[in-house]
Design a protein around this ligand. Structure first.
Ligand code: ZN
Ligand code: ZN
Ligand code: ZN
Length: 394
């Protein structure tokens, strides 16, 4: 684990990035791509550590099958680009373009010069999956002989396995989210709106170390039956559950934890009803059983099947209306997805959520979610908040 100067948090060093870039070049060559064209987003950050905001001016990392990668940037961002470690280490060259230049012609020239056989026109390039259509269409015009395909075809196998630095960042993010969740769960809730509590969640995610809050679902009472509920002006009352599903990003890596609370209070005090306790017990068992199954070689869909069998056997099968989990890393949702039909075998270093839920429309619902890393010998659970029902005197 490398520490960023003064920040006291894990970070991805220039050496690690240089290694990723040379791997990417090797894979491009192997896959018959003349170059990888990477726009602003998770892939750019993964390969170069550079994370500028997405703008209408083109920023593009060009990774040719041969030769040095170039970072094509608008002139006004060249200074920021020159400050990133892989540029300082001269692993990547910065190629600025001026307001009147054609950045797409610039990229095409770099692809042509870096092709395995510079004498022939480029025949194939891979573009990052989330590159805007406006950039893709201009690139297709500038590279008329090239077949375009998705970067994920080349890079999926790399990004899906997290290296130790990435796991450290995921762990730091998970622990920060854990603290934020504990604080909110044990604070005042009754009489406040969901939106108000949601704002508090976002503030606490940042206060606990995230660079930004990404989402803060606060779903109370009947709203808890809606997995992606948008917190609004409903006032939280005693005698009902709340599903808290919160996350942010730290050093680029995501956190994502869900816990279900039951808010007691009032006269007589209104604890969880027996139906809810029964439902929660089944969910708790399903989430634990699915987590225990995590180890290298197990198909992703098996984890989903284990959770689903337990929930279905208890009669709630129709109320578990989403997949069991999603990969997490530089993106909130990424490969591997824990869903029927995905036979991808788990590998050590894969990171994903395990988050079964049971939702009774019009009544209430519950979900338990942890981020889990597949270890050599079994699951490594990053979140540490108890998975028992949190009965709180809100
Ligand atoms: Zn979700
Ligand atoms: Zn979540
Ligand atoms: Zn999730």
């Amino acid at each position: 684990m490398t520490q960023a100067a003064g920040a006291g948090r894990p970070s991805i060093g220039a050496g690690r990035l240089a290694h990723r870039l040379s791997r990417a070049r090797h894979l491009a060559l192997e896959a018959g791509r003349d170059a990888l064209l990477v726009g602003v987003g998770a892939d750019l950050r993964y390969l170069s550590g550079y994370a500028p905001p997405p703008l209408e001016r083109l920023t593009m990392l060009v990774v040719p099958a041969h030769g040095r990668p170039s970072l094509v940037v608008p002139r006004l961002e060249a200074m920021a680009a020159r400050a990133i470690p892989v540029v300082e280490a001269e692993t990547v060259a910065v190629v600025p373009w001026d307001e009147t230049d054609d950045p797409f012609a610039l990229v095409a020239g770099l692809v042509e010069r870096g092709a395995p056989d510079g004498a022939r026109p480029p025949s194939a390039v891979a573009v990052s999956d989330r590159l805007w259509a406006t950039f893709v269409l201009h690139l297709q015009e500038a590279l008329p002989t090239a077949r375009f395909s998705l970067l994920s075809d080349v890079l999926r196998g790399e990004r899906i396995v997290k290296d130790p630095d990435e796991v450290d960042l995921l762990r730091a993010a998970a622990h920060a989210a854990d603290r934020a969740l504990e604080q909110v769960a044990h604070g005042r809730l009754i009489g406040r709106t969901e939106a108000d509590v949601s704002r508090e969640v976002r503030d606490r995610l940042v206060a606990e170390g995230h660079d930004e809050a990404s989402f803060a679902i606060v779903a109370s009472g009947p709203n808890s039956a809606s997995p992606h509920h948008e917190p609004a002006d409903r006032v939280i009352r005693a005698g009902e559950p709340i599903v808290l599903d919160i996350g942010g990003s730290l050093g680029g890596y995501g956190s994502d934890i869900t816990r279900t609370l039951w808010v007691t209070g009032g006269e007589p005090s209104r604890g969880p009803d027996p139906d809810f306790l029964a439902l929660y017990g089944v969910l708790r068992d399903a989430q634990a059983a699915a987590t225990r199954e995590v180890r290298p070689g197990v198909p992703a869909e098996h984890i989903d099947a284990v959770a689903r069998e337990i929930i279905t056997a208890a009669g709630y099968g129709g109320a578990f209306i989403h997949r069991t989990g999603h990969g997490i890393g530089l993106e909130e949702h990424e490969d591997p997805y824990l869903v029927a039909g995905n036979a991808t075998p788990l590998r050590a270093g894969m990171a994903f959520s395990i988050e079964p839920g049971i939702y009774l429309d019009g009544r209430y619902g519950a979900r338990i979610e942890d981020i889990v890393v597949c270890g050599e010998d079994g699951p490594i659970v990053l979140d540490a908040v108890t998975r028992d029902l949190l009965v709180v005197h809100g």
